[in-house]
Design a protein around this ligand. Structure first.
Ligand code: FES
Length: 117
């Protein structure tokens, strides 16, 4: 497990998502009410940048392209791609896939992400 500094708390406004890089991994980092979370940066559907998506209800990230929704804390798929109408036809080949998540620790106002080697 390696640990990477990704910024200060002030860099992560609450209820928002931001793109970060750590140890060669692209991440989306979220500031929620109970703390900070990180997931892979690219949507597992067709690789849209989740940092351009919307944080909903202090809980979900909605993909900016086809509106798949994932639980930020667990990476679980809550709704798969469903926009525009007809995109579901692709789902035969692009099956539901959860987001990889990464733990974040805060020490003295500095955020660190932990990534398995
Ligand atoms: S790229 Fe995210 S739902 Fe299609």
């Amino acid at each position: 497990m390696s640990r990477y500094r990704i910024g200060n708390e002030a860099d992560f406004p609450s209820n928002q998502v931001k793109a970060c890089q750590a140890g060669g991994h692209n991440l989306a980092v979220y500031a929620l009410r109970d703390g900070y979370y990180a997931t892979q940066a690219a949507c597992p559907h067709l690789k849209a940048p989740l940092a351009k998506g919307k944080v909903l209800d202090d809980r979900l990230i909605q993909c900016p392209w086809h509106r798949a929704r994932f639980d930020i804390r667990t990476g679980e798929v809550m709704d798969w791609a469903n926009f525009p109408p007809g995109i579901q036809m692709l789902n035969v080949v692009r099956k539901e896939k959860a987001l990889q998540t990464y733990p974040i620790k805060v020490e003295d106002g500095v955020l660190y992400v932990e990534i398995a080697d």
